[in-house]
Design a protein around this ligand. Structure first.
Ligand code: 13P
Length: 249
């Protein structure tokens, strides 16, 4: 069971520190904490990764929200996988729909990023999910299969996947249990990797979603921005993990 807080482009340094203090204190109050740093991950913006990793690496793991598809060189503003690895970060999010849509990241670019991660012993967290049009026309499974062509099947055991229907991100709309089950089972039929669910996941719906057998955790956006709301998601994940020993490795 893995739960990742994706803070996207939110929180300055003061806000990051306030969150981490409050969250860590509240986490200490959970009586039986079965989750550990393999299970609770944070994805802050680049400026804060190094400091958070140094201060909290015994408790949590950290995820870069992006990386360059180039190895190194004259690419102003880019951050290489080697730089990320050099501050002991072992996860990078790849292909989030916000990057595909707003920054035009194509499958070719995403394949390069995944390969650079794997070459540097970094686990790529590969996001995928259908648009509302693909869902409405019942083409969602084909669209997903197409998107997942970027996954190198010879390295499938070194990846984490995240199913994030585009129409569910930040909208409050969540697929039904059966719809999530359908997609996760379908993907598990051809890729052997843990699959997280993401899209309007919150402390009210996470119980039902985490209890779906094919769901191996969550990728949380908006509901990870406040310590209280994220701690209740972690508390639910902890209970389910404790009862089912549902781990990903
Ligand atoms: P929301 O939880 O805000 O819908 O965002 C989901 C997401 O994009 C996580 O990566």
């Amino acid at each position: 069971m893995i739960v990742i807080a994706n803070w996207k482009m939110n929180k300055n340094k003061t806000e990051v520190n306030l969150f981490m203090n409050e969250f860590s204190n509240k986490l200490n109050q959970i009586e039986t904490l079965s989750l550990n740093k393999k299970n609770i991950l944070f994805s802050p913006s680049f400026p804060f990764l190094s400091e958070l990793q140094s201060s909290y690496s015994d408790k949590f793991s950290f995820v870069a929200q992006n990386c360059s598809h180039h190895k190194y060189g004259a690419y102003t503003g880019e951050v290489s996988v080697d730089m990320i690895k050099s501050i002991n970060i072992n996860y990078v999010m790849i292909g989030h729909s916000e990057r595909r849509i707003y920054f035009g990241e194509s499958s070719e670019i995403l394949i390069k990023k995944i390969n650079l991660c794997l070459d540097n012993d970094i686990t790529p967290i590969v996001c995928f999910g259908e648009s509302i049009e693909e869902r409405k026309s019942n083409n969602h499974l084909d669209a997903i299969k197409n998107q997942l062509n970027i996954v190198p099947l010879n390295n499938q055991n070194k990846l984490i996947l995240a199913y994030e229907p585009i129409w569910s991100i930040g909208t409050g709309l969540v697929p039904s249990v059966n719809e999530i089950k359908e997609v996760h089972s379908f993907v598990k039929s051809f890729i052997n990797a843990p699959i997280l669910y993401g899209g309007s996941l919150n402390n009210k719906n996470c119980d039902e979603i985490f209890n779906i057998h094919e769901v191996d955790g969550g990728l949380v956006g908006g509901a990870s921005l406040e310590p209280d709301s994220f701690i209740s998601i972690i508390t639910k994940a902890n209970e389910i993990f404790k009862n089912s020993i549902k781990d990903v490795d």
